[in-house]
Design a protein around this ligand. Structure first.
Ligand code: NAD
Length: 270
């Protein structure tokens, strides 16, 4: 049986936890070799070891990188190409939501800058070095498909709707990811490089659950969720798999919402 990412090479940032970890596992299950990139090397190594144990037909490698540093991102892409011979999928997923991120009056400039450095510049650099690597991939004439590559950038539902519980720098950074992704998608469409954003709703991962650390804070969000529950990281991994694979071959520049209906809601069920 062949998987949906058979013989492809993928690099995933923020692969030590949440969406990144679940995507690494799923991509490997579907036949991809995966480079798991995280600032937390131990977490990425654990993920790679799990994949290598579970799926001996593929190779998973872990490497440490801070996506807020251009050289780290370049080195990670170079490593993927060196180890796997090519790069087909780049999942720019790492991101932070700083506890001191607040409204326009209370957010300190250093928090704004740190958030932009990781969430927005990190995605820019990921795209830049992935595009350079993907330009070396041959186009699959036999299939009639442009297989230059697929880049997926994790944004958020807060890039689409406003929240009265603000994290201003985070929201602005994710809005930037959407705008940047659309433009990159247009610039590189005829090279066969597809670039899409993934817009998750609120998920049960450490990033959000550490932030919503009381029942009251969680309930304040829950009332807005039509499905009445937070999402699971694996539900986002399944969407990322679709964007990564040739199943989405006619999609580029989209804001792919996987949010339990949140951004379509006016009044939610009781
Ligand atoms: P998570 O906290 O479970 O995992 C994030 C991973 O990124 C961690 O392993 C962390 O070590 C790594 N990381 C943090 N800073 C890094 C850096 N500078 N360089 C490299 N790695 C770094 O989070 P998650 O919920 O899986 O979030 C993944 C993405 O999804 C983020 O971009 C986040 O903004 C976005 N998102 C999450 C939610 C949610 O509710 N959890 C909603 C919308 C969007």
């Amino acid at each position: 049986m062949t998987g949906r990412l058979q013989n492809k090479a993928a690099l995933i940032t923020g692969a030590g936890s949440g969406i990144g970890l679940e995507s690494s596992i799923l991509f490997a299950q579907e036949g991809a070799n995966v480079l798991l990139v995280d600032i937390n090397l131990e977490a990425a190594e654990k993920g790679a070891a799990l994949i290598n144990r579970r799926f001996p037909n593929v190779t998973a490698i872990a490497t440490k990188a801070d996506v807020g540093k251009e050289q780290d991102v370049k080195d990670a892409v170079d490593k993927a190409v060196k180890e796997f011979g090519r790069l087909d999928v780049m999942f720019n997923n790492a991101g932070i939501m700083h506890p001191a991120d607040d409204n326009a009056l209370n957010t300190e400039e250093r928090i704004w800058d740190l958030t932009m450095q990781i969430n927005l510049k990190g995605v820019w650099w990921g795209c830049k070095y992935a595009i350079l690597a993907m330009r070396n991939n041959p186009v699959d004439e036999a299939k009639g498909l442009h297989t230059g590559g697929s880049i997926i950038n994790t944004a958020s539902f807060v890039a689409l709707v406003g929240a009265a519980t603000p994290q201003l720098a985070y929201t602005a950074s994710k809005g930037g990811v959407l705008a940047m992704t659309r433009e990159l998608a247009m610039v590189h469409a005829r090279e066969g490089i597809r670039i899409n954003s993934l817009c998750p709703g609120p998920l049960k991962t450490p990033l959000l659950m550490d932030f919503l650390n009381t029942e009251e804070k969680r309930e304040r969000r829950m009332v807005h969720l039509p499905m009445g529950r937070f999402g699971e990281a694996v539900e986002l991994a399944k969407a990322a798999l679709f964007l990564a694979s040739d199943d989405s071959s006619y999609m580029t520049g989209t804001d792919f919402k996987v949010d339990g209906g949140l951004t379509a809601a006016y009044v939610t069920p009781l």
